[in-house]
Design a protein around this ligand. Sequence first.
Ligand SMILES: [Ca+2]
Ligand SMILES: [Ca+2]
Length: 394
Amino acid sequence: MKSGQWSVVSGQRTFSRRVHAARFDPFSRRVHAARFDPFSRRVHAARFDPFSRRVHAARGSGFGARDSKDGSGRVLCLQSLIPNPQSLILSPNPQSLIPNPSRSAFTLVEMLVTVTIIGILAAMSFGALQMAREAARETATKSTIAKLNNVVMRRYESYATRRVPIRIPPGMLPRLAAEIRLAAIRDLMRMEMPERYNDIISDPTPLPYLPIGSNQLPEPALHRLYRDRYNNTPQNPDPTKSPAHAECLYMLISIGSPEAMEQFNQSEIADTDGYGGPEFVDGWGKPIYFLRWAPGCSLYSDIQPAEPINSHDPFDTRNVDSAGYKLIPLIFSFGRDGVANVNVGHRVNFFDSTTSLAPTSICGFGLYQNNGAPEPAGSTGAFGNITNHHIEQR
Ligand SMILES: [Ca+2]
Ligand SMILES: [Ca+2]
């Protein structure tokens, strides 16, 4: 072979038909030729030495490769295909060189690394997705509770100026008359803002100091509507599985303020126990509960300090119930943990037991942790609940 010829391309290719590697790099001005890698079973590059202007194979002294001709189909490593390899020179026409072999498969290590990286990325994005989903549920819950809070608080505040349809006998001491009025207002709220079925099925409560026969409020029209709905709805035979506090809230809104129902969409309403009485539900699909009065929640409320002097019961304008402090309706979701952390059946001393108002219906309220133990202030169980008593959530 004469100098000036280049035989890397045509010669090797002609003989072996397996040398794919010779490639001219216009930047480095090097020819990358063939080297057989016994592990990958592929032909890799050799290089062109610009000083010697020769192509050096990566291994051995040959410049090409060829079929083993033994029928194995393997390319044998770098045997010289021409008698005088030193005569090889750079091709004047790089375009005619055959491209470097392209790899058609990954090694095992590469595959493992790739799979690991994909796994890590997937785990990260799954975690982020879960967090985003939880945050969206929380936002949806806060939005629903804020709407419910608006409707409930409008009704609650209306009792400050509500006329009480009860006849006070002439000559009654003003203080006693004030006690009667306060007891009547509380009973009106109990009947018109029911938090449990007992509020709906109970008749008006006897008021103090009045003769039997005229010591009860007439049944409010709204109470009668609740009672009708209650009587026409099958009740969950297992009261421990009945979200009665949530069903009462749904009645309070849908019957007491039907115009407000258009604010709520179908995803905010469900009958989670399947007995016909719907509930408003939070972002996790759990019932949103309601307590008309929740004395025990002052522990974790931003808006209800249990202070009869500084935050006295706004409906006790004559200050006849010295222990009465402002009780704000509580609307709450169990939060992310899905646990109530609230014992709604618990009795709490609230009203001054020395006054005639002591027997007035008091809904209890206790807090407990997920393990059932009483909850200390600052722990996350009930504090993780989403309520209208937390300012940032209203
Ligand atoms: Ca239900
Ligand atoms: Ca909770």
